[in-house]
Structures are given as structure tokens and as C-alpha cells.
Design a protein around this ligand. Structure first.
Ligand code: SF4
Length: 298
């Protein structure tokens, strides 16, 4: 749903659309159980500035819900559904790129290593001064991890990150002629570099789609959108590579990362403002006009 458009309002009954309600709901007699929408019903919250649905007469009541059940013939991986998700992401985030500040492949590699368990904003605070102090990969290769630690301390896990950055620099200088390799296999030989980091460097700098970046946002949102039911990043990546066309791999991960930052938060996602809302059946949605699937839990 484009920004600025009024999200669909809940029914006056205060119950979600398409949810079947038993007679007890309308009975004046207070029901014994709290209203539930499916086994894993999220707490629905009205969008900001919008009036919450009026409580039903008689207080909370039992809802005989169809939520949590899959509509007949529903296939979350159907080509037209996936294509619609991609179209909406294109409209919402047409030109998004990597948010890590960098001027070359080495800087992007370092920034990506530092971004583990940190935020891009935090990393972008550290790297300008870091690259001013050590402008080249050779400068980093000449350091010991202990020498680098104070400079990257604020990004967290600084001892491991220092080891990885210095180790990667030494290997790039010693084995790759001072150039960050542009092949997945070679990148994976660098200390501290796994597929996520390699995919960031390959996709964002070398424009090579060898895989899909699976960070915390891609992990969470791919599951919410039922593009995967895996938990392991490598398995998630494999699933995404099967359903997302290869020419979309790079942009898709950027778009999903931005979506995670702007709307689809880990806690309290802004579903009422989300253009993917009527395609999303995640069990932890905060607002829904469609049935939610308990097995799509994030
Ligand atoms: S509807 Fe909610 S949970 Fe689903 S993608 Fe949008 S923000 Fe995320």
C-alpha cells in the first residue's frame, strides 16, 4: 500500500476481515476466553492516529477463526505471488543500494565485516576515520589485530573483528596481489568472510549475482513472506535463489534490508503501512486484512 494511503480499517465489530465469528461473539454473556484469531494470533494494533475498534458488547469473546488455515490452493511460492512481491518492492524501493559507506572493494569488505552484530549507521560513524588513518589494504596488513582494536571498538565484538580485518588484509596482500578477489570461492578463504559478506562485496561492488545476501532482515522477512521456512542462513539463501530470478538477487536483498529498516521491524512491524500487507500472512503481523498463517511465524 503506497504511503499516505489510508490503510484498510477494521470492521466495526472490531474483528478482522474474513474471520468467522461464532454466535458467542455477539452474545451479551461474557465469554470465558479471550478472543483469539488462530492459534498464533498477533495482537492487532490500530495504526497511529486511528481509533481502535470498539470492544464487543459483553467483552472479549471466542472467535471461531479461519485464520491460521491456508486458503485452498494457496502456494506461497507461486510464481505470480513472488512476482507481485517483487513488483511492489520495486515500486517501494526502486533505487536502493548498500548503506555502508565505501569507496572501493576493500573498504566495503571491511565495513561489512564490522557490520556484524552492529548497525550500518554505527559502522559508518567509524569507517571514515578508519580509512583516513589506514588508507590502503597494505596499511591494514602491516597492523596487528591489537593495534586495530581501539579503532573498531564501538562496533562491538572488536577483538574478533580486528583479527578478521587484519587477517583478510594480510591474505589479500600476500595471496591476491593487494586486490580483493571477485570470486566467491576466493572470498570465502579470507578470515571473517562467510557467504553473507562475500555476497555483499560481489553484488554491491563487482555487480556479480552469485547468491543472495541473507542478513538479519532478509532472514526475518523472507520467513514472514513464506519465501522460506528455514532458519539457517545458507538454507534460506538456497531457497531464495530458487524462487527469486537471478537478475533480482542483488536488488532484492537491498530492498528487503530497507524494508526491514523502514517498516518490517523485528518487533511491532508497521503492517498497516506496508504495501505487501495483503500478500503477507505472517503470524506476528500487527495488522491484517488477510488470514494469518501460524506456520509462517517469524
Ligand atoms: S505486512 Fe507486516 S509482517 Fe508482513 S511484510 Fe509487511 S510489515 Fe512485514
Amino acid at each position: 500500500m503506497p504511503r499516505g494511503k489510508t490503510p484498510r480499517q477494521p470492521a466495526r465489530t472490531g474483528h478482522q476481515d474474513k474471520v468467522r465469528v461464532t454466535r458467542t461473539l455477539l452474545s451479551a454473556k461474557p465469554a470465558s476466553r479471550t478472543a483469539r484469531v488462530g492459534a498464533d494470533a498477533p495482537v492487532r494494533s490500530a495504526p497511529k492516529g486511528r481509533k481502535k475498534p470498539a470492544p464487543t458488547a459483553g467483552g472479549p469473546a471466542t472467535v471461531n477463526s479461519t485464520a491460521g488455515k491456508k486458503p485452498k490452493g494457496y502456494n506461497p511460492l507461486a510464481a505470480d505471488r513472488v512476482s507481485e512481491i517483487l513488483n511492489r518492492l520495486d515500486q517501494l524501493y526502486p533505487d536502493v543500494t548498500c548503506a555502508l559507506t565505501h569507496k572501493n572493494a576493500w573498504e566495503l569488505l571491511v565495513a561489512t565485516i564490522l557490520s556484524a552484530q552492529s548497525t550500518d549507521v554505527n559502522v559508518n560513524r567509524v569507517t571514515p576515520e578508519l580509512f583516513r588513518k589506514y588508507p590502503t589494504v597494505e596499511d591494514f596488513a602491516a597492523l596487528t589485530p591489537e593495534q586495530l582494536e581501539p579503532d573498531v571498538r564501538s562496533t562491538g565484538f572488536f577483538r574478533n573483528k580486528s583479527k578478521s580485518v587484519v587477517g583478510a588484509a594480510k591474505k589479500i596482500v600476500g595471496e591476491f596481489g593487494g586486490q580483493v578477489p571477485d570470486e566467491m570461492e576466493k572470498l570465502l578463504t579470507l578470515p571473517g568472510v562467510a557467504r553473507k559478506t562475500a555476497n555483499v562485496v560481489l553484488g554491491s561492488w563487482f555487480k556479480k549475482a552469485d547468491g543472495v545476501v541473507v542478513d538479519t532482515h532478509v532472514h526475518r522477512i523472507s520467513r514472514r513472506l513464506e519465501l522460506t521456512n528455514q532458519n539457517d542462513p545458507q538454507k534460506i539463501e538456497q531457497d531464495l535463489m530458487k524462487v527469486i530470478p537471478r537478475d533480482k538477487w542483488i536488488l532484492f536483498s537491498h530492498q528487503i534490508i530497507w524494508h526491514g529498516r523502514k517498516l518490517c521491524y523485528a518487533r511491532k512491524p508497521k503492517c498497516a503501512d506496508c504495501p505487501l500487507e495483503n500478500l503477507c500472512h505472517a503470524a506476528d503481523k500487527t495488522w491484517s486484512t488477510v488470514e494469518m498463517h501460524k506456520d509462517a511465524k517469524a
